[in-house]
Design a protein around this ligand. Structure first.
Ligand SMILES: *[C@@H]1O[C@H](CO)[C@@H](O)[C@H](O)[C@H]1NC(C)=O
Length: 355
């Protein structure tokens, strides 16, 4: 008995000590982490357009359900005269002026997340769809309209098929970004596509998915290469893309500064966080929204796209037999900028109603 109680009392202080030590360490480490987060990792707040000291508002905007403003640009015929109304959703690191899809065929509303729209820290594929529907209604685009989503704009285009199929006249996805974390992509297929990416982009995608709180620092530090898109490093692109960019010359220059005027986090990183995050749905689960052939869905993809692996697109096309898949040989991610391609894409999208 005496032995036992002696053993007990001799154990107590040391067990208390071993309890105290780690908790104080945890608190200190916690404080250091919090300070680090505040000073290094936390992105500065986005520069709200139109407020003092921030970029001016130079485009029409609509007011959305939660008070945010959404900027847009109209191209083509005045909307009262147009037979076909298309909402074009541009990709990452672009803006409303990049409406390469503005052809004479149809007016295009270029939908703008970045640049002049108010930031949406709670953005998801679904919230983008609600934004688009509100834009269409406030601009009186009618009960059904076309949607074209390019690259990161694919998030919203897939979302439209999921959430507002009854509002769609047709959908076209142009080199839409594939989320390696969609549930229905078999591991071997998504891994194969993932490995085709540069190491720096593999890491940036992992960080965007698993540690989005780290992505601001990741894409702005100079110790190692962050995302190639965030760093505007065209070195990874295929030759057809390099040729197209060379041909474009300085035509994008006047508005290039506007694209990131709210800061890299809202303009670029947010796309990655949403695009490679956990989606509320999986496009591979989608069902044909046009059972009566009153519209059609098209997906265009270059087979030399270094940003979006063609193998993943082929898998999706194979799983969604109602989707019309157009693979463009010898083309990279920027093939719509090649002469005549946009006309073909838009004509194909409208074919149903032209015939
Ligand atoms: C993935 O695995 C399936 C089933 O084992 C196989 O049929 C398919 O060819 C594989 N795909 C790739 C890209 O490895």
């Amino acid at each position: 008995m005496a032995n036992g109680s002696a053993r007990k009392s001799s154990l107590k202080p040391s067990s208390r000590k071993s309890f105290l030590l780690p908790s104080s360490v945890i608190i200190i480490v916690g404080i250091i982490l919090a300070l680090t987060y505040q000073s290094i990792l936390k992105p500065p707040p986005p520069k709200l357009c139109g407020s003092p000291g921030n970029p001016p508002i130079t485009a029409p905007r609509i007011k959305l359900r939660d008070g945010r403003h959404l900027a847009y640009k109209e191209h083509g015929l005045p909307r009262e005269k147009a037979n076909h109304k298309i909402v074009f959703i541009h990709g990452s690191d672009s803006c409303r002026h990049d409406a390469v899809f503005a052809t004479l065929l149809s007016p295009v509303r270029s939908y703008k997340f970045l640049e002049l729209s108010d930031p949406d820290p709670n953005r998801t594929p679904k919230s983008m769809v609600l934004d688009i529907e509100e834009l269409a209604d406030q601009l009186s685009l009618g009960s059904r309209f076309y949607v074209i989503g390019k690259s990161m704009g694919g998030q919203a285009a897939w979302g439209c098929l999921k959430y507002i199929p009854h509002r769609l006249a047709g959908v076209t996805l142009v080199a839409p970004v594939v989320n390696y974390y969609w549930r229905n992509l078999p591991l071997n297929v998504s891994t194969q596509g993932f490995k085709l990416q540069q190491k720096r982009d593999q890491w940036a995608v992992r960080v965007a998915h698993y540690a989005p709180w780290l992505i601001y620092w990741w894409n702005t530090q100079n110790w190692f290469p962050g995302s190639s898109v965030a760093n505007r490093d065209g070195g990874i692109l295929s030759q057809p893309d390099k040729d197209i960019i060379l041909n474009m010359g300085s035509s994008r220059k006047p508005h290039l500064a506007e694209v990131r005027q709210q800061g890299i986090h809202e303009s670029i990183n947010r796309d990655m966080i949403v695009g490679f995050g956990n989606w509320e749905f999986d496009p591979i689960d989608l069902e044909n929204p046009f059972l009566n052939k009153e519209g059609s869905v098209h997906l265009w993809q270059g087979d030399e796209d270094m940003l979006v692996p063609v193998t993943l697109q082929r898998y999706i096309a194979h799983k969604l037999p109602w989707l019309h898949y157009h693979e463009v040989p010898g083309s990279g991610h920027f093939f719509p900028f090649a002469k005549g391609v946009v006309d073909e894409i838009v004509k194909t999208a409208l074919m149903q109603s032209i015939n």
